[in-house]
Design a protein around this ligand. Structure first.
Ligand SMILES: CC(C)NC(=O)n1c(-c2ccccc2)cc2c1CN(S(=O)(=O)c1cccs1)CC2
Length: 233
């Protein structure tokens, strides 16, 4: 039985990341709108645009509070944000959906998302992902660290100092690994299962790029921030 020891510094790191993650939540009023009375597909789409835009703003603030992030090369900080925005958005969405909500809220939310003009072949993998994340029953710390690890992925396009990002990501991976052993002692494979979700996120990222083009053809508008972060003209 491997003796797992989380150092004082690592606990401080977990606390800093969890505080930042909890401080930067999507404003309730924005997500609450998604639960209100029946909207049309266009209005649902507009609502998702609003929620997604608000999440990008939250993501930027959260990322700035990741210990070590601001000491990375400035252009690399931008490359990491642009490269991880879609994945962080799907991770946050899955976490929102897997929260205990009042009876029927989840169904309404899912219905709203299904009726937003999104192509069917994108829905299935997306809702599969939401289900897979829900089944993990991740703790707050695990959610915050997994989002941090997604942001600190060294092989995003245009990242120059690959090693610097890799070193930072490795620090976070080590902390998450130890936390998983401590918080899920009966599930030795839990950490591996968490990392498996990161692979699923990359597939969703590819789907998302295709979906954007299909929306563009149906003349759907996005906000300037979403166009900027998703490289949509
Ligand atoms: C919480 C935020 C980050 N979630 C969010 O914006 N969602 C959610 C979602 C999931 C659970 C609860 C509440 C909302 C589902 C979807 C999105 C966004 N995207 S999108 O960014 O591609 C998009 C933008 C505009 C048109 S489509 C499509 C799918």
């Amino acid at each position: 039985k491997e003796k797992v020891e989380i150092t004082k510094e690592q606990w401080a790191l977990i606390k800093a990341i969890l505080d930042a993650y909890n401080r930067h939540q999507i404003p309730q009023d924005v997500t609450k709108k998604l639960l209100q009375e029946q909207y049309s597909a266009e209005e649902n789409f507009l609502l998702l645009t609003e929620v997604a835009t608000s999440q990008v703003q939250v993501l930027v603030e959260f990322t700035k509070n990741i210990p070590g992030f601001l000491s990375l090369d400035r252009e690399d900080q931008i490359a990491l944000l642009k490269g991880s925005a879609v994945e962080a958005m799907f991770l946050r969405s899955a976490q929102v959906l897997s929260k205990k909500m009042p009876r029927g809220y989840t169904e309404v939310l899912e219905e709203r998302i299904r009726k937003s003009g999104m192509s069917e072949e994108f829905m299935t993998p997306m809702f599969n992902f939401y289900k897979n994340i829900g089944e993990l029953h991740m703790t707050q710390e695990e959610q915050a660290l997994l989002t941090t690890i997604t942001i600190l992925t060294p092989d995003r396009p245009y990242v120059k100092s690959h090693e610097a990002v890799e070193r930072l990501q490795e620090i976070m991976l080590d902390v998450l690994r130890k936390l998983c052993v401590l918080q899920h002692p009966q599930e030795p494979q839990y950490f591996a299962r968490l990392l498996g979700r990161l692979t699923e996120l990359r597939t969703l990222h590819h789907y998302h790029v295709e979906m954007l083009t299909s929306w563009k053809t149906n003349d759907h508008k996005f906000t300037p921030l979403l166009c900027e972060i998703w490289d949509v003209q």
